[in-house]
Ligand binder design. Structure first.
Ligand SMILES: Cc1cc2nc3c(=O)[nH]c(=O)nc-3n(C[C@H](O)[C@H](O)[C@H](O)COP(=O)(O)O)c2cc1C
Length: 206
């Protein structure tokens, strides 16, 4: 089984990578394959509500020139996910949010019913708000969320400083252990059935 670790920082080898790497190490010890997906530092589009993905049911976003469709592709062969982000102004990286929003909207089937967790990095403040924002899309996409012994936060500013946060590293290890347990047990459960009902889209217009 494979866990996809999504690095939502433009710094490929920064503190988000340090946090995800600590989790990856534990996942490997638990017998999981791990793959990293870096959203990188190239421009990313926001969703333009064109509706093409819904109309064509293609499972892909109409824009094929950034990380969103690559993420959907990588998600198809993953059994679980950890999404990591730096905290920017008390929020996750905007580019990562744009990628997540488009990938989940166009490619929801590659993510649904697969366990997920978010982790955030901060120099000092705003991490809990960023963490909550990260979890919002997963909570409405039928993705069971794994937790740890604290909110999934690690502290650091300069590259690699997160290695100096023992409690943050511990949180990542426990998270990885819990995600592994959840993923393994859900897969082994013969009655694993988190199927949702067809959406009754009730917009508040009367
Ligand atoms: C635009 C920007 C905004 C930031 N805002 C915050 C913030 O609100 N709170 C905070 O603690 N750190 C903030 N930081 C610091 C980063 O979260 C921190 O350096 C983090 O380690 C970066 O992760 P990375 O090494 O994976 O890129 C900000 C950094 C940038 C570039």
């Amino acid at each position: 089984m494979k866990v996809l670790l999504v690095n939502g920082s433009p710094r490929k080898d920064g503190n988000t990578f340090t946090a995800l790497s600590e989790a990856a190490r534990v996942l490997q010890e638990e017998g999981f394959d791990t793959d990293f997906f870096h959203i990188g530092n190239q421009p990313v589009r926001g969703c333009i509500t064109c509706g093409t993905c819904s109309q064509t049911n293609s499972g892909r976003c109409v824009f094929n020139d950034d990380a969103a469709n690559h993420l959907i592709e990588a998600a198809e062969s993953a059994d679980a996910f950890i999404f990591g982000s730096p905290t920017y102004y008390g929020q996750p990286n905007g580019a990562l949010l744009a990628v997540i929003q488009r990938a989940l909207y166009a490619g929801s089937q590659a993510f649904a019913f697969k366990p997920v967790a978010s982790v955030v990095v901060a120099r000092r403040g705003g991490a809990t708000a960023a963490f909550q924002t990260m979890n919002m899309p997963f909570q409405m996409c039928n993705m069971p969320i794994a937790t740890s012994q604290y909110w999934n936060i690690i502290y650091g500013a300069l590259k690699g400083e997160a290695k100096l946060d023992p409690e943050g590293l511990q949180t990542m290890r426990t998270l990885a252990h819990n995600l592994a347990w959840m993923t393994r047990n859900l897969a082994a459960e013969p009655h694993y059935d988190l199927a949702s009902e067809p959406h009754q889209r009730t917009n508040f217009i009367r």
